[in-house]
Ligand binder design. Structure first.
Ligand SMILES: [Fe+2]
Length: 342
C-alpha cells in the first residue's frame, strides 16, 4: 500500500515507468468511495480466490472522479467503485470507463442495473423510501411519492437539498414516469409543503421526522437501517419512532438505485479488473458488498442475514434502467432550480 502511494506521488517520468511496472504486477488498483467493515472481507476474499492483490484508495465520490480525470492516461486506477447511477453516468460521460463484455456479469446483474453499453455495473441496490413519524401519520396514509405533493402535507415535509445526487436521481425517475411537466408540478408542490429549508443529509431528515420537526421525508433505506442497528440507544430510538413505506407499490414501483463499479479506460490491469467485477457478482461478494451498507444484493437468490432489511420485507421496485436517471440529470436540476428547491 505504501509503495502504491509513493508511486502516485512520483513525477511525470516516474509515472510512465510506474505504469509499466504496475502492468507487470499481479494486482488490481481500486479507487473506492466505500469504506465499510465488510469491505476487508470482500478484498481478501477476492485475493484468496484469484491470487490477485488489491490496492485501494478511498476518498469521496466526486473527489475520486476528479482525481481520475486529472491523472488521465497515466492513472494507475483499474476500477472505480462508487454509489448512485447518476454518478456512474457522470463518470461515463467524462469518458472515464471502458466497456466490458462479460456473460457472467450479464447473467448476474439484472439489465436495469447496468449500463447498456457495459461501462458500469450495479452490485447492490438501495431504495428511496418514505419515512414517517408513527405518532403523526397513520400507516397507509402516504403510499406514493406523488402524494407528498398533496396540500394535506403543507408544512409537514422535510427534504434534503436538490443538488444531492439521490434527489436528482429520484427526479430523473419522476421525469420518466410522469413527464417533465408533471414532474415539475410535483417538485413545486413538495417545495411548498416543506416544513423547513433543505439542510443536512438523509439521516438529518430522519432525525427531524423523529423529533417532530416534520412528519414525512424520503431517505435511502440504509440510513434508517443504520439507525435501527446502531450501538447508540438514542439512534435506535430515532428509528423506533419512524415508519417506513415502499412508495408506489400500486404503480411504477419504488425508486431504486445502485452502488456500482466500472473498469477505467486506462486500466493498467484490465484482466484483473474484469475479474474483480465478476467477483463482485458472486454470491459471497454480493453478501459482503450489500451488507456492508445495509443494501440488497442485485444477483438473483442471494439472501441477506440483515434483520432490519428482512423486517422491511419484499417490495416492487421500479424497473426503469438506472442509466436513465443519469441521462435525466440536467433536466432534473433545472426543474429543482425553477421551483427554487435549494
Ligand atoms: Fe448515502
Amino acid at each position: 500500500m505504501l509503495t502504491f502511494f509513493r508511486r502516485l506521488s512520483l513525477g511525470a517520468v516516474g509515472l510512465v515507468l510506474t505504469a509499466v511496472a504496475l502492468a507487470q504486477d499481479n494486482v488490481v488498483n481500486i479507487y473506492s468511495s466505500r469504506h465499510y467493515q465488510t469491505d476487508e472481507a470482500l478484498y481478501s476474499g477476492f485475493t484468496k480466490r484469484t491470487g490477485i492483490k488489491v490496492n485501494r484508495i478511498e476518498a469521496g465520490e466526486d473527489a475520486l472522479i476528479e482525481r481520475i480525470r486529472n491523472e488521465g492516461a497515466r492513472s494507475p486506477a483499474d476500477v472505480l467503485v462508487t454509489v448512485d447511477a447518476g454518478r456512474l453516468w457522470r463518470a461515463e460521460q467524462l469518458g472515464l470507463f471502458q466497456p466490458v463484455k462479460s456473460a457472467l456479469l450479464e447473467s448476474r446483474v439484472p439489465e436495469s442495473f447496468r449500463d447498456p453499453g457495459g461501462h458500469w455495473f450495479g452490485f447492490s441496490m438501495r431504495a428511496r423510501v418514505i419515512a414517517y413519524n408513527k405518532d403523526k401519520v397513520r400507516p397507509g396514509e402516504v403510499q406514493s411519492y406523488e402524494e407528498l405533493a398533496e396540500p394535506k402535507w403543507k408544512g409537514r415535509v422535510c427534504m434534503r437539498s436538490s443538488t444531492n445526487i439521490y434527489n436528482l436521481s429520484l427526479m430523473g425517475a419522476l421525469i420518466d414516469h410522469l413527464g417533465e411537466q408533471k414532474a415539475e408540478a410535483w417538485a413545486k408542490a413538495v417545495r411548498a409543503n416543506l416544513a423547513q429549508e433543505p439542510k443536512g443529509g438523509d439521516t438529518d431528515q430522519l432525525k427531524a421526522v423523529a423529533a417532530g420537526q416534520c412528519d414525512v421525508t424520503v431517505s435511502n433505506q440504509y440510513y434508517y437501517a443504520r439507525l435501527a442497528r446502531s450501538q447508540k440507544a438514542d439512534e435506535r430510538k430515532v428509528a423506533e419512532r419512524i415508519g417506513i413505506v415502499f412508495p408506489n407499490q400500486k404503480t411504477w414501483g419504488t425508486h431504486v438505485n445502485i452502488s456500482g463499479a466500472g473498469v477505467l479506460k486506462h486500466a493498467p490491469h484490465r484482466d484483473a479488473a474484469v475479474k474483480f467485477l465478476e467477483y463482485l457478482a458472486s454470491d459471497e461478494a454480493q453478501r459482503y458488498f450489500a451488507d456492508g451498507n445495509n443494501e440488497w444484493p442485485v444477483a438473483p437468490n442471494v439472501k441477506l442475514d440483515n434483520p432490519v432489511l428482512n423486517a422491511l420485507g419484499e417490495f416492487k421496485r421500479d424497473r426503469l434502467n438506472v442509466a436513465v436517471l443519469g441521462r435525466n440529470q440536467p433536466s432534473s436540476q433545472k426543474i429543482y432550480d425553477r421551483v427554487a428547491w435549494k
